[in-house]
Ligand binder design. Structure first.
Ligand code: TMP
Length: 235
């Protein structure tokens, strides 16, 4: 297939049309941003790692019955995906308190939550991706009630699968953000990526952070953390 015009450039990826209207090409970038784009940088090797890691995880999820947009890897930094319209929702699950919820609700980082917390954020940089609930999403026509039910059920299933998957690799899945899209024939599928950019991964033994918090908080050894995560999922 042929890579045609660029449809969209986000902070971490570019999306291209192909000669098949039902397929897009995603190109992963090394660029990294935090705090709604205020902090900018680059993480060497990130595009390659996140492309590969998303491919491995989406393939594993497909094998467990989760529908995703992933079709196949095309190169180090490119993958072929089903063309979808992304719901403007950042869908978050938190198993352990960390990041913004600590600031927002006064929780302590590392505090195990009694049960996983499901959150939606409205995906809109102009407003800083604010937390919303079902009522906002339905009223603002971001998704229907039925679509939200599918998204929520699928997200909890994904959490169950990922918690177990990462634990077997010595990783505690603290929280993650995913996105969903709709294909031209109306199917709701997992889209975007699952990588150290979009999850918090803590080593089970040492508690070491192996994710983008190393960049957000200037903790050093950023590239090494991304490489370590790829190594863990490849064995
Ligand atoms: P938060 O604690 O900053 O709200 O982040 C929750 C999870 O979502 C964490 O795993 C990082 C991920 N995340 C993104 O993927 N993109 C974002 O823009 C933000 C703010 C968080």
């Amino acid at each position: 297939m042929e890579k045609l015009e660029q449809l969209y450039e986000g902070k971490a990826k570019k999306v291209f049309k192909t000669d098949n209207p039902d397929e897009f090409i995603i190109e992963y970038k090394d660029d990294a941003t935090a705090f709604n784009g205020e902090k900018k940088g680059s993480i060497g090797g990130k595009g390659i790692i996140n492309n590969k890691m998303t491919a491995v995880i989406f393939t594993m999820l497909e094998e467990q019955g989760i529908k995703t947009h992933f079709i196949k890897l095309l190169s180090d930094k490119e993958q072929l995906v089903k063309a979808v319209t992304i719901f403007p929702l950042e869908v978050i699950i938190r198993n352990t308190a960390a990041g913004s919820i600590c600031k927002r609700l006064g929780l302590t980082e590392g505090q195990k939550l009694e049960s996983p917390i499901f959150e939606f954020c409205y995906k809109n940089d102009d407003y800083g991706d604010p937390v919303i609930n079902d009522y906002h999403a339905i009223a603002m026509k971001l998704a229907t009630k039925e679509e939200i039910e599918v998204i929520r059920d699928t997200t909890f299933q994904i959490n169950d699968i990922l918690l177990k998957y990462f634990l077997e690799k010595g990783i505690n899945l603290i929280d993650f953000k995913i996105e969903f899209g709709k294909t031209s024939d109306g199917q709701i599928v997992l889209a975007d990526e699952i990588s150290p950019d979009t999850c918090r991964f803590w080593d089970v033994e040492t508690g070491e952070k192996l994710d983008k918090d190393r960049f957000r908080r200037d903790l050093g050894n950023i590239e090494e953390a991304y490489e370590e995560m790829l190594k863990r999922i490849e064995c």
